[in-house]
Design a protein around this ligand. Structure first.
Ligand code: CA
Length: 503
């Protein structure tokens, strides 16, 4: 049953109320970010005397994929900031914000964290292949005096691209799913969903109907294991068919298989599975399971520690890693340790998404203290089991944001526009994370922190997966039938929510 936006729209964050030099600087930064996005690198900031906004950009280089050195802020210290704090907000907004701030800790190397988030805006422009516009001179009236070379050019009003937030209508796309785990949208409009415990891949029809495509042989569901992630790869030649990849728990291991996809909407069929990678350690808990093809064409997979913590630090082990492989299941060229590992020191990552710059982000379950949103770089060590969450230990890469496990327990991760969205199981909500620079308040302690917001708290129950939908919408699937939730009639459900300008 579709729900109106008014029924589902949480309170919006406070908007800036002050206007001072810092706000002007932020606006200018936003404009040039917008310019770089649309016009390429030819659009550069014309001034260096930037105040704090310069810090939003400088740390970017420290997070380059070739660098494993942690960024140290100019202050050499950590700062903790609460999200969405602003002047002029209402008592209700302050109360809501206090709740978030008290429960949510944002990654606290402030400039570093914000630089990384800011790059999801700014570096998209740096790599833009868009055309460089030809400067246009508008002739003035013939009676006007001749202009001089030093006359300031006319600039349009700074209009940074909007932050997208899940404030639009919520609609139901399918119901009666059984522990759904992963959702894949196919190029021809079809939708496939994996069910963890039935081992089925089902098709969601345009009318919301659920049709079994196949039941994958060899799946041994138990605990958190079963049929987990799905990924699609288009055929790349006359002899290659479209393929659906699946990550599942088998009798003795976790493994990745692929199956040829035939048919179309209403008639999809999957052929016999072929093993791509086997031997990923399994356990009743911490099985990872998300798979996705990156912009580099290689397959990435999240592997949990399977209960053997120390293995997460062993580059040769397949557990506690983000793995990167060729579509045929060989270690991908350029992997940092010579094997499958792309990054190490993970406990149980289950969310993968790439931003507009091609950078990989991952959501990870913590033990008892901190769930994590990490920016994944080649060869980096994310600390588990030596540290959890933001540790400030130079040996490890800290998360960009972290949450108490009771508030998050994030599985899926998606990026819509420049907004990261995490699907929280135990937290029974969505979390959005976006750069704060667009809602500058003038207080650097606020404006240099990423903005983290909860949505739909408790409304739909446990959320397992999120993905970009058509027309800029966000899709998410609940997980109230996975044995740890309280199913409503008709659960579990796949839903869509409109992403609308906000922030
Ligand atoms: Ca970590």
């Amino acid at each position: 049953m579709p729900r109106s936006a008014a029924e589902t729209r949480p309170a919006r964050p406070a908007r800036p109320a002050r206007l001072d030099l810092r706000l002007l600087a932020a606006s200018a930064e936003g404009f040039f970010s917008w310019g770089r996005r649309h016009f390429g690198t030819a659009c550069r900031r014309p001034f260096d005397a930037r105040p704090w906004t310069s810090q939003l950009l400088e740390p970017v280089r420290h997070f380059g994929t070739a660098s494993r050195e942690p960024y140290v802020s100019p202050e050499g210290s950590r700062r903790w900031a609460s999200p969405a704090r602003g002047a002029g907000d209402t008592a209700a907004e302050r109360a809501s914000r206090t709740t978030v701030a008290s429960r949510t800790t944002v990654a606290s190397r402030t400039t570093a964290a914000t630089g990384v988030l800011a790059l999801t805006l700014t570096c998209a422009a740096c790599t833009s292949a868009g055309p460089v516009p030809t400067p246009t001179v508008t002739a003035g009236p013939e009676t006007s005096p001749p202009t001089t070379a030093t006359a300031p050019p006319t600039q349009p009003a700074p209009v940074p691209p909007p932050v997208l937030l899940p404030t639009g209508p919520v609609t139901e796309l399918a119901a009666n799913l059984d522990a759904p785990w992963s959702v894949v949208r196919l190029p021809d409009g079809g939708v496939l969903v994996s069910e963890r415990d039935t081992a089925r891949v089902v098709e969601i029809g345009a009318d919301g109907g659920v049709r079994t495509v196949t039941e994958i042989p060899g799946v041994v569901p138990a605990g958190e294991g079963g049929l987990l992630g799905l990924a699609f790869r288009a055929g790349d030649g006359a002899d290659a068919s479209d393929l659906v990849y699946a990550y599942f728990t088998a009798d003795a291991d976790n493994r990745i298989v692929r199956m040829p996809l035939s048919g179309g909407p209403g008639s999809y069929a999957l052929g016999a599975p072929q093993v791509v990678l086997s031997g990923i350690p399994k356990a009743s808990n911490h099985d990872g399971g998300r798979i996705a093809f990156g912009p580099d064409g290689f397959l990435y997979a999240t592997a949990g520690d399977a209960g053997v913590r120390e293995a997460a630090q062993d580059p040769a082990s397949l557990s506690g890693k983000i793995l990167r492989m060729t579509p045929d299941g060989q270690p991908a060229p350029g992997n940092p340790f010579g094997g499958y590992a792309w990054s190490i020191g993970h406990r149980n990552p289950q969310g993968l998404a790439w931003d507009a710059t091609g950078r990989l982000w991952a959501a990870e379950f913590g033990q008892n203290t901190w769930d994590e949103l990490n920016l994944i770089t080649r060869g980096a060590n994310y600390g588990w089991p030596i540290v959890e969450g933001q540790a400030g230990d130079a040996r490890f890469t800290d998360p960009i944001a972290q949450w108490a496990t009771s508030e998050a327990s994030p599985s899926g991760l998606a990026i819509v526009g420049d907004t990261l969205v995490l699907a929280a199981l135990r937290g029974e909500r969505l979390w959005t994370v976006h750069p704060a620079s667009r809602i500058a308040t003038g207080d650097p302690a606020v404006d240099t922190a990423p903005v983290v917001q909860p949505w739909f708290v408790g409304e739909f129950g446990r959320v397992r997966a999120v993905l970009p939908g058509p027309n800029g919408d966000l899709w998410f699937v609940t997980n109230n039938t996975d044995g740890r939730g309280s199913p409503r009639d008709g659960d579990d459900r796949l839903r869509s929510v409109g992403m609308q300008p906000g922030g």
